[in-house]
Structure formats: C-alpha cells, structure tokens
Design a protein around this ligand. Structure first.
Ligand SMILES: *Cc1c(COP(=O)(O)O)cnc(C)c1O
Length: 386
C-alpha cells in the first residue's frame, strides 16, 4: 500500500507538468487583466473602438509596420492579405507544406492554388533555393512561414520575389517579436500576418489576429476589407468580410504586450538551458536541437527537437509524465484536403521526413529549472536505455 501510494503521488507530481501553463501566466497578471476586462465591460463598447486602436498603435514598433489592423484570427490575417492583393481563382501562391493548415488553407479558400515547395531541413523554413523554379506567370504571392518563432531566410526570399515583382506575405503567426538581421518579422515582406491564438507568444482570451503592411495603398485596402469593404457606414467600395478584433481581446492583449519581451527572454533562457542539459547528458548525437542562426532572434513559440525514434520517445515521455507535441505530424501536401493538388509521397522529402522526426518540448517562460531537468533526464533515460 505504502509503495503504491508513493508511486502514485510521484506520477501525479510529474503529470502536473503541463505542455503550456497558461494558468501560471494568468496568475502573474491577474489584476491587470481583470482591470482591462472591467474597463471594457463598463464601456459596453465591444467592436473595434479605442482599445483596438490603442493596441494597433502600441504594437507598431514590435512588427515594424506603419499600417496594422487587428482582425478575427491569424488565418483571417492571411486571407485579408491575399484579398488585398486580389488573389483568386487561377492564381498560384507559393508556400511550404510543413506548417499549420491555415497557411495554405487561406489560399485554397479564395480558390487560388497553393504551390508547395520544400523546407530547409535545418530551420524547417522555406528553402530559398527552391523558390525561383516554382514561379510561373500565375504566381501572385509567396508565403514564407517563420515556423516555431524563427525567421525564414528573408534576404534571398525577398531578392527572388523582388526580381519577379511578386508580393511576399510573412506568416508570422508563431513569431511575434522575432528578428531577422536586426529587423522585426512582419515588416520585412509586403504583409505580416500574426495570430493571437491563446498558445501563441502573444495570446488572447480567444481568437484574434493582426495583419500589417508598410504600403499605404494596400493598408487602405486592408482597412476596408476587414469591415465588409465599407468606407463609411453603409457605403461599400469593394467586397470585404467581417473580420474584426474584439475590444475585450484588444484590452487583454494590451496588458500582455507589456510583458512580451520578458516572456520571450524566458523562452530563450529555457532554450539555452535545454541545449546545455542535452550537451551535459551527451545527447547531441541522438537529439538535434533547433537551429539558431546568429543573425536571427528566435522567440521559441516551440522548442522542437529532432530524433529518429520520435514516436517511441513521445510515448516514453508520456509514461513518465512529460508532455510533448508533434508540430506537425503530416505534411500538408499529403493531407486529404489537398489531395486535389496531386502531390505524391516523396515529392517534398525534407518536409515529409521532418513530420516523422520532430518533437516539441515544453518551453514556456514559467517552467522551473527542476521541470527542465525532469524533461532532459527523461530524454536521457530513454536514449541511454536503448
Ligand atoms: C496559428 C497559426 C496560424 C493561424 O492562426 P489562427 O489565429 O489560429 O487562425 C497560421 N499560421 C501558422 C504558422 C500558425 O501557427
């Protein structure tokens, strides 16, 4: 009986380690958040208004853009950018298949064609060397993704895009605050698209997103498309959608924005710690840690390792109370939803291999040193045991 109880409580303590601990984050800002919520409730103004305008103003330096528009989600941010470019049936948009579905889904729902190119296996981001050969006269946009919080290699991407006069839409949903050669992501291409989904580095209390640009003409279009194409009340210049950010979300996001730098630093500190622990435990042959180019600031929305017996490791960690997630278990070009595009297994080998080898570990800033050790020890025990 005694032994059983002890084992159970150890397991319970370890199971208390969540993959992402939003309750711990809330506990640290509870007073500020509740005051913001109360402010909006007292005002009874829920759609757009001063909170959204203030957030848009305050977030400009972080995203490096003059024109920023809160919207309903990161998926909509992508769609709004594509709509501002007039992307539609018969058009092609080049992107990667190793990403969240919305990157390509935003293209498909406008009845344009996603054209997938492979990733650089070291960074998991669009491989610029594959870009030029995928361009056709129908190419209307390129969507690189700053996956896991690391900027795609925007220099060569912008060089090729510029040579062909093709706009670039940055999918920066996972990378708010990340930098490429000193500049914030979102302001490097024609558009930046951000998500405030709760698990992103700047997460709201529900869905939300942001679309940005430095082009005044495209900015004016985004502004109209977000509210039904309406120039002023009941006057419509173009066809738009209803994709606004709620005042409640904006008020909460304004609170969290003030803490974002500190939280990113916490994620970076934890990433360094993992790297150190893996070296210390002699795991560098079995585990590939995230690539961190020196000219980039990585914000670690995920800390994603690569390992050959990934599914076994995931199961082993689960048995030992360590949560992990697979982003992403299937490459989009092989998903049933995109079967109509006609891609075959083997056509984008780096994306396909990555989907069988990646494993994301807890990385949120509230993790304790002891919890990081627990994760590293469990991985070491798995690797050592085989
Ligand atoms: C989260 C995410 C999106 C979509 O954002 P939502 O706000 O959930 O619609 C798009 N692209 C990537 C890479 C994402 O991670």
């Amino acid at each position: 009986m005694q032994v059983e109880t002890a084992t159970k409580s150890t397991v319970a303590a370890k199971q208390a380690l969540p993959f992402l601990d939003l309750k711990a984050q809330f506990a640290s800002i509870r007073g500020e958040v509740m005051a913001a919520v109360t402010r909006v409730m007292e005002s009874q103004g829920f759609i757009m208004g001063p909170e959204v305008a203030a957030l848009e103003e305050e977030i400009k330096p972080l995203v490096g853009c003059n024109y920023v528009f809160g919207c309903a989600s990161g998926s909509d941010a992508l769609m709004l950018a594509l709509m501002a470019l007039g992307v539609g049936p018969g058009d092609e948009v080049i992107t990667v298949p190793f990403t969240f579905v919305a990157t390509a889904g935003s293209v498909a729902r406008l009845h344009a064609r996603p054209v997938f190119i492979d990733i650089d296996p070291a960074t998991y981001n669009l491989d610029p060397a594959q870009l030029e050969q995928a361009i056709t006269p129908r190419t209307k946009a390129i969507i690189p993704v700053h996956l896991f919080g690391l900027a795609a290699d925007m220099g060569p991407i912008m060089e090729v895009a510029g040579r062909h006069s093709i706009p670039v839409i940055e999918d920066a949903a996972q990378a708010i605050g990340a930098r490429y050669k000193g500049k914030p992501v979102g302001g490097l291409g024609t558009f930046g698209c951000f998500s405030f989904f709760p698990s992103k580095n700047l997460g709201g209390a529900g869905d939300g997103g942001l679309v940005t640009t430095n082009d005044p003409i495209l900015g004016a279009k985004l502004k109209l498309i977000r509210v039904h194409g309406s120039r002023s009340k009941y006057e419509y210049d173009i066809i738009g959608v209803n994709s606004r950010l709620d005042a409640l979300q904006a008020a909460i996001l304004r609170v969290k924005l003030k803490h974002l730098d500190a939280w990113a630093a916490g994620r970076q500190r934890n990433a360094d710690r993992y790297r150190h622990l893996f070296v210390e435990r002699n795991l560098t042959k079995q585990i590939t840690v995230p690539s961190a180019p020196t000219d980039c600031v990585h914000v670690y929305n995920q800390f994603t390792i690569r390992v050959q017996r990934r599914d076994e490791l995931k199961e082993y960690l689960k048995q030992h109370g360590i949560p992990s997630e697979i982003y992403y278990p299937f490459s989009l070009h092989l998903q049933p939803a995109f079967a109509y595009l006609g891609y075959q297994p083997g056509s984008l080998p780096h994306s396909e291999l990555a989907s069988t080898e990646v494993l994301s570990l807890p990385i949120y800033p509230e993790l304790s040193e002891a919890q990081l050790n627990l994760v590293a020890d469990a991985i070491a025990a798995f690797c050592g045991a085989k």
